[in-house]
Design a protein around this ligand. Sequence first.
Ligand code: G3I
Length: 377
Amino acid sequence: MNQKHLRIVLAICLFLSLLNCNGPKKETEISTEKITLKKAYKEDFLIGTALNSAQINGNISEKESALIKNQFNSITAENIMKSMHIQPTRDQFTFDMADKFVKLGVDNNMFILAHNLIWHSQLPSWVNNIKDSNELNQFLQNHIAQLAGRYKGKIGGWDVVNEALNDDGTLRKSIFYNLLGEQYLVDAFKLAEKADPNAELYYNDYSMCVPAKRDGAIKLVKMLQENGAKVDGIGMQGHWGLTRPTLKEIERSILEFSSLGVKVMITELDITVLPSPWENAGADVNKSAENSDRMNPYPDGLPEEIQIQLAQRYKDIFKLFLKHKDKLSRVTFWGVNDAQSWKNNWPVEGRSDYTLLFDRNNNPKKAYHEVMSLKSK
Ligand code: G3I
């Protein structure tokens, strides 16, 4: 090749590389590349996701693994830190999965949200069978000391107590309340502080925009504060729908919770596009309903018009989150992609829901682009 040919080849290479840099990106590239959710919202709040066992074990595609690391700067264990998994038998702790989860967060410099210490649901059967208050108190003390103590200094925040309220704002008559009274709430926070003094400590619940429950949560947190417990934040789970709760109710909860002097966070965000068998769906995993064609309208994919509605809903709520970014410390999605979403199996088993920003192939959806568009102006 002579000098002239070489120059032509080099010029063509340069031209092609420029085209490659500035040309339009395929949608799928966005999920693993430069502009990502966590970068776009870096100055506003953390962007988190919940991880299932396969994701924690790394039994997922490279694409999904890269997506998790590139898009999110906070992780929550969707299931593996719940007491039925951590202490299935009295005094026998199975920390393997939790160890892997915490390592994943530490290795990738992520804010680790530990979910959860005390929850009436997903208890091991030996705890459910306890009838004696001393015995239950012993579980409370030991479980919190062992679990929170093991990861001392590595966890950003603990959901210390999960879902202690009924939807009318009264305290749930759980095994903890029935045997230990409301003192169990104070004890749980104090024990968590003792086990991991620098971790943030949260109260976490669903339906937190229902006025009566909002008032109940405020009363509960005030009670904790008056009793000398350290409460750093309130988690609003955010299992929401296309129209409810209204933006006004979400805003009201953010403002009222924040006025207690605590951080507010959206901890389990997903937006169902499916019909609910009940008026107020909430997130009580002990309730369920029958499947039917009417209840599962989009088994083969989401119609464009609903995709647009979902994208608009996500845009509206993120606009609201940005308005109150001084009060919100984190927004965590309850899952990475639509395939993972618990909503495919609740409140009706075996449906196809489309609740998150990434589809079943880990490609960003319209909703993702709308959420990102708020930061590109
Ligand atoms: O892993 C088993 C699998 O081996 C088995 O074949 C299959 C058969 O049903 O069950 C699998 O376990 C399921 C597990 O999720 C993992 O997918 C359980 O049945 C199912 O009950 C469990 O549901 C979880 C639910 O909490 C109860 O723990 C959901 O994934 C999880 O998203 C959900 O998360 C809760 C939060 O912790 C608290 N707030 C509400 C939220 C939604 O309910």
